[in-house]
Design a protein around this ligand. Sequence first.
Ligand code: 16G
Length: 239
Amino acid sequence: MATAPRQPTKTDQLKEHLYRLISNQLRPGDKLPTERDLAEAFGVSRLTVRRAIDRLESDRLVFRVQGAGTFVSERPITKTIDFTSFTEDMHSRGLAPGSRLLDAVEVPAGARIGFALSISPADPVARIRRVRMADNTPMCLETSHVPLALAPGLLDLPLDGSLYALMESQYRIRPERADQTIRATVLEPEEAELLQTMPLSPALLVERTAFDQRGRAIEVAKSLYRGDRYSYQIAIERA
Ligand code: 16G
């Protein structure tokens, strides 16, 4: 004799509702309503809400940030890491991005950066050094080099927001793809001071050459992340 189908519990129903909300209305990085609001809206206990969210979390559809709430996860990716700006990266982790400009100057590209950008070593590039913040705490020290032939006047623009958003709005340059290397390192005293941590603390160094929608090399950058605050998450699926 076949067993009767199990009646959906309140947790099932709420999970289903949240699943639809995530699929149809929310985007990666968006915050879910609070447990209290969900409990009130559905006339269920907070324990029921917590169980529904536990299940979404074990399905990896959402992630919790202690003290900040529950957020929609990035869509799973296969073998590659999503290309993001720092601003987008922090939003997807449920953190508020910020930027402190250290300096922005015109310098000759030099041999290594010129080669990566396919320009001559004497060609001018904008060198922009920033401390990148997450929830008002330093996360990363970033030095970007952008060819001035592609972005004339870049150094006269406000550089306290998203560099990639500025490149797109002002120069129609849409960074889309990058070659990156990631390696472990330790912080020099002055780097540690800027990142408000101890000298010789572990850090992740990411070197990136970014390309735009036309395949042009548009940035050579070094990003030095605090090892205690940043990790790379890569979802890998069997081919
Ligand atoms: C990321 C890039 C960096 C780029 C920045 C732009 C890595 C390793 N580096 O941090 O090269 O300059 O995003 O972010 O991902 P923004 O648009 O928020 O200024």
